[in-house]
Design a protein around this ligand. Structure first.
Ligand code: SIN
Length: 301
């Protein structure tokens, strides 16, 4: 198997043209990501759901612009539940008791502490069944800044040399919510001013394959992330730390990432099975209010 050249064109001009023909889909970058107009998520039926799935398979993270400014939490949850079973986060207290699946990520203009998600991660990768899809509604977004960065972990896997892939294939890594390798461990609750962490302090951890296969597309990903992947099974801590450091840096190679830019009335959906993301904290002085839903995924294989 040859190594994928990430600098070579991957999408044919015809494919891009077809997708953009009616001006509804605009790729956000060469690695992944797209902006879409013309789909009202508060009113989706089977054909729109199929379109959304197709877009996610193709682009991995999709921002749906032009949602109703009147969108209610009820409509939002109803939409999310059409994508699959919604999970309740084990660490964060929900802002609405009647909708425990909704996580509130609110950062006030005066906050100076860490912002939630400010490190490369795939949501809940420490869980036995990590989040499949994540839905994020930007209900109050800063005029600039506060973008969400994404890394395409399929590109990260494919562009490693065959020898390196062979070394990793079949191996597992421990993912833990303490985040040994992270700059912002999730248990440092006091560092986040605006996210309401619950009482649970227990460490949640699971082993997952380093090369993960997507259940729908069979795409293979480097399923590791800086926040939660802590040790490669069978390696010493030192050996593992060196390999993981290289792989975290590799997956954040700029040509394998994209910067998704928020605008008002936007809902973002991404696939956690083959991406990592990073919430950029560059909007000090502005408020950012997001509501997140996690669609439960399967046990990684
Ligand atoms: C997250 O990490 O789940 C949130 C991303 C963001 O706030 O942009």
């Amino acid at each position: 198997m040859s190594m994928q050249n990430i600098w070579a064109p991957r999408t044919s001009a015809v494919e891009v043209l077809e997708l953009e023909l009616d001006g509804e889909v605009r790729p956000a970058g060469g690695a992944m990501g797209a902006y879409v107009r013309g789909i009202d998520l508060s009113d989706v039926g089977p054909s729109e759901l199929q379109q959304i799935q197709m877009l996610l398979h193709r682009y991995k993270a999709v921002m749906f612009r032009g949602q109703s400014p009147e969108l209610s939490i009820e409509q939002y949850v109803e939409f999310g539940s059409k994508l699959g079973e919604l999970a309740v986060d084990p660490f964060v207290e929900p802002p609405f008791s009647e909708h425990p699946q909704v996580m509130g990520l609110v950062r006030e203009a005066q906050d100076t502490t860490y912002n939630f998600g400010g490190d490369w991660h795939s949501d809940g990768s420490y869980l036995e069944r990590p989040g499949g899809l994540t839905v994020l509604w930007g209900s109050d977004v800063p005029p600039y800044g506060g973008d969400t960065l994404f890394a395409n972990l399929e590109l990260a896997w494919a562009s490693l040399s065959p020898a390196y892939r062979e070394m990793l294939a079949g191996r597992r890594c421990r993912h833990a919510a303490t985040g040994l390798g992270t700059r912002v461990p999730i248990t440092r609750k006091g560092d986040y001013a605006s996210v309401n962490f619950g009482a649970g302090q227990e460490v949640v951890e699971h082993y997952h394959p380093i090369c993960r296969t997507h259940p729908d597309t069979n795409g293979q990903s480097l399923f590791l992330n800086q926040a939660y992947s802590v040790q490669i099974e069978g390696c010493t801590e030192d050996e593992s730390a060196g390999i993981l450091r290289f792989l975290f840096d590799w997956s954040a190679t700029p040509a394998m990432t994209v910067r998704m830019v928020w605008e008002p009335d936007t809902i973002l959906i991404w696939d956690n099975r083959n991406t990592a993301h990073y919430a950029v904290a560059d909007y000090g002085g502005f408020r950012r209010e997001m509501y997140r839903l996690a669609v439960t995924g399967e046990r990684p294989i």
